[in-house]
Each structure stands twice: as structure tokens, then as C-alpha cells.
Design a protein around this ligand. Sequence first.
Ligand code: UT7
Length: 333
Amino acid sequence: MSAVSPCGVRLAGTGSAVPPRVLHNRDLERMMDTTDEWITQRTGIRERRICDPRTEGTFTLGRDALARALDEAGMKGSDLDLIICGTCTPEMACPSNACRIAAALDATPAAAFDLTAACCGFVYSLNVGESLIRSGRFRSVGVIGVDAMSTAIDYDDRSVSILFGDAAGAAVLVRDDDPGKGCIYQRMHADGRGWASLYIPRREQEVPADDRENPIRLGCLRMNGREVFKFAVNRFRETVEDALAGTGLSVDDVAQFVCHQSNLRIIEAARERIGIPSEKMPVNIDRFGNSSAGSAGLLLDQLRKDGKCGAGDTVVVVAFGGGMTWASSVWRL
Ligand code: UT7
């Protein structure tokens, strides 16, 4: 397509996938110096899902999540003309997970690329896919947020390893002739000056001098938890408030605020400051931990499947994470 015409973007289906293996806090107690009580009180997490590295990873999780979203939309892979996979833990640097997922779902020759925005992977992918449809260049886009943080975790580092789990969430976006349909507002931001608060080094020289006193394991996530916590509480509140101001919506107008599941204390702190009732800001972090790019898409799919939001409802999706990045996406379903 070359002509740009005003159009809307409909969310035609969502899907998700998690590995079957459950890692309970009690399992972590046997692996490191921690307790179920400490983890539950500080993070709200009781268990998380972990890939079997021999058979599972972000390719399989992302593929399964998108296949389910296509099923719900009543579409096939061959109906897509673009696949965007938001992930910071792809199995390979080349090819992208998106290319392998496109091949597995018979979407060839749809365009396909991965997008790196850490925990914002799903929201960034949703916003980029939505914008490309509105540009008139694409008609149907499959977007995925997926991470297998278990593949980038040093299980000797108790301050990091207890937080993360593996999951994928996906959505199928299609062009709609009604310009008021679908995504009504979106924002994406980054501040790379804070990158060293959350990063996965591949070379020792990338590790800042003040982080070298801690043991270095290349390929494993390094996190300044307190810095990320402060960043997240403030940015989360500002991002939600900006989405409400930008759309003219009040908290009452929104059916669900779908938030990246970072830490229960972060979510609760921001929710209370904004004044959102708890039933409008649901959590699943107790069962799935922080699944990085997988978390917002997983929660959105669960809420739709549970009937907590549906046709005609407004949902606000927000995330923040490594980069540092933060983003929002407001949808009229
Ligand atoms: O999606 C974005 C990704 N990241 C995040 O959202 C992370 C945001 N940050 C956090 O969630 C929190 O900072 C953590 C959960 C990572 C840590 O909680 P905290 O309340 O900030 O703990 P802390 O790092 O200030 O550590 C407090 C104490 C320390 O002991 P001392 O120095 O007071 O004796 C730690 O050594 O807790 C200790 N500690 C632990 N104890 C038992 C740290 N990790 C553990 C653990 N079990 N797993």
C-alpha cells in the first residue's frame, strides 16, 4: 500500500504462553540464601515460570502466544504482513526471533524484526505496529512481547534472580476504517543516561568501574534494584497521569490499567498515589514474577480471557524498564 488514509487500528486477538515448569520461592530457598517470606514481602512474588533450556525459549513462547492470538482473531499467519517481536533475550542475534516465528506460522513473506526495549518490549511493539498500520503501509501486524530472563540470570545473585520469570504475550492488530477505533493514545520515551541501572553485559569493558567490585558474569543481568525502584515508582505514576491527561479520560472511564509486573510494591505505590482502585489495576506477579517484555501482554490476554475487559472498554497499558525506557498505549477495545 502506498496511499496514506486515515484509519483506525483494531485489536483483533490476544494470546499468551508460559512454560509449564514452576519455580516456587521454596525452590529458591534451597538454591540460595533467601526465604519465601523475604521474597513475598519485598516483591509480592510467590512463584514464576521457567523455561527448559533444552526445548523452550523466546522463539517457542513467542510463536505459541502469537498462534493463540491469531486463533482468537480468526486469522492465519499468512494474513499478517508484519511481525514485531519485543525481546531482550532472543536465542540468536541473527536471525531475529520474529523471522523464525514468521516461518513457523507460515507468515512468509511478511516483514519481521525484533525490537529491544527490555520490559517495555510489548508496549513499544504495540505502539510501533499500531503506527505502521496508521501510516497506511501495513494492514495486519502481529506483535509479541517475550522474555526468558531465566537464560540471563545468575542464580548466585539473590537480589536479581528472585524477581524474574519467563512468559510471552501477543496481539494481532488490523487496520479498521474507523479512525477512532483501537489505539487512541500512545507515548514512548527513553533516557539512556541511566542504562547502568539494568544491563546485560557481553564484554567486561562494558561494566562501569563502580560495578566491578561485584563478580562479573557475562551474559547475566546486573541490576541496581534501589535505583530501578525509584525510577519505576515515579515514571509509572507520571506515565499513567500523562495517558489520562492526553486522552481526557478519568480513572472512572478506564476499565483496566494493565501494568508491567515489576514488583508488587512498585505497582501499589504508584496505584495509591494516583488513586486507582485495586480492582482496576490487577496483578499476576504473585504467580508469574517479573517476565520483562512478556508481562504486560500476558496480563492483557488473561484479563480479556477472564472477561475483565472487552469490546467497548478502554484499557491503559504501561511499562518501564531497562534502557531506561517507559511507554504507554491506550486502547478502546
Ligand atoms: O522490570 C524492571 C526490573 N527491575 C525491577 O523492577 C526491580 C526494582 N527493584 C526491586 O524490586 C527491589 O529493589 C528488589 C526486590 C530487587 C530488592 O528489594 P529492596 O527492598 O530494594 O532490597 P535491598 O536491595 O535494599 O536489600 C535489602 C537487604 C540487603 O541486606 P542488608 O544490606 O540490609 O543486610 C540485601 O542483601 O536485603 C538483602 N537481600 C536479600 N535477603 C534475602 C537482597 N536480596 C535478598 C534475598 N533474600 N533474595
